[in-house]
Design a protein around this ligand. Sequence first.
Ligand SMILES: Nc1ncnc2c1ncn2[C@@H]1O[C@H](COP(=O)(O)OP(=O)(O)OP(=O)(O)O)[C@@H](O)[C@H]1O
Ligand SMILES: O=P(O)(O)OC[C@H]1O[C@H](OP(=O)(O)OP(=O)(O)O)[C@H](O)[C@@H]1O
Ligand SMILES: [Mg+2]
Length: 286
Amino acid sequence: MEEKIRIAIQKSGRLNEESLQLLKDCGISINNGTDQLKASARDFPLEVFYLRNGDIPQYLRDGVVDIAILGENTLIEKGQDLQIVERLGFSKCKVSLAIPKGDTYTSVKDFEGKRIATSYPNTVTKYLSEKGVTADLHIINGSVEIAPNIGLADAICDIVSSGSTLFKNNLKEVEVMLTSEAVLTVSPTIDENRNAILKKLQFRIQSVLKGQKYKYVLLNVPDAKLEKVISILPGMKSPTVLPLAQSGWSSVHSVIDKNQFWDIIDELKKEGAEGILVCPIEKMVL
Ligand SMILES: Nc1ncnc2c1ncn2[C@@H]1O[C@H](COP(=O)(O)OP(=O)(O)OP(=O)(O)O)[C@@H](O)[C@H]1O
Ligand SMILES: O=P(O)(O)OC[C@H]1O[C@H](OP(=O)(O)OP(=O)(O)O)[C@H](O)[C@@H]1O
Ligand SMILES: [Mg+2]
């Protein structure tokens, strides 16, 4: 029987949907819904195990699964020994220390002897001990931000993204301990055949992620302005230039980094580019 790579994906929660979407963008469709523990892919040698996020590092260590999509924060808390093979760019967040809005704050030393509610005990202990601070940790698994309001703790350590959960609970962020995004991790026990499948999957993921970073643009340019326009456009090698049916004009095709996109478009318009079309790139293979 053909060997399959076993990937762990969060059963439900923040990472589930985007992890499955990434596989889909890689041309891998999964047969069953998440109501089952296990599902297989139709067109790639891959099996999906739907698991609780916090359990995944141990499954990787034990070799029950070969790879996983996890928040980097979970790896820092529970899987420092595990290797990251790709950074995936979604589920970006911070893990921060926060205190009641009205409290004064001068430095991390203020946490000495304080009660901190958190689901990240290892991360907090390491962060504080590196700064010579010892606090009293209360480990809770959810709704951490409520703890100061009900008198359970003086401060919290939890995930912060938009900051609205802190705001709603009358808390303020005072220390950012780490920043995180979804990552692809690998089991230390992965065998050679499955490692070869991992390399194929990584190649597809890289092509999808690169495509998401760029836009494909097509524009019409008077020939007199061609040289100037080409100098503005980066392109993968160099832009493609094709003559238009109307003489004296050319169509220029290129690829632009999303981060520079609007600045470059403004410059192109200034140089006389017209009829600018912008298309998403599904995959980019270099
Ligand atoms: N508000 C957020 N914005 C962006 N990313 C987030 C946010 N909250 C959590 N994450 C990321 O998504 C991951 C999963 O979070 P989620 O709250 O769904 O699961 P969990 O409660 O940590 O785990 P479990 O699957 O064990 O219930 C986190 O580890 C973090 O990397
Ligand atoms: O800064 P924000 O944008 O408000 O996001 C931060 C919140 O998001 C996460 O909770 P989630 O919504 O996943 O609920 P949970 O506590 O049930 O995990 C996290 O635990 C924070 O509470
Ligand atoms: Mg959560």
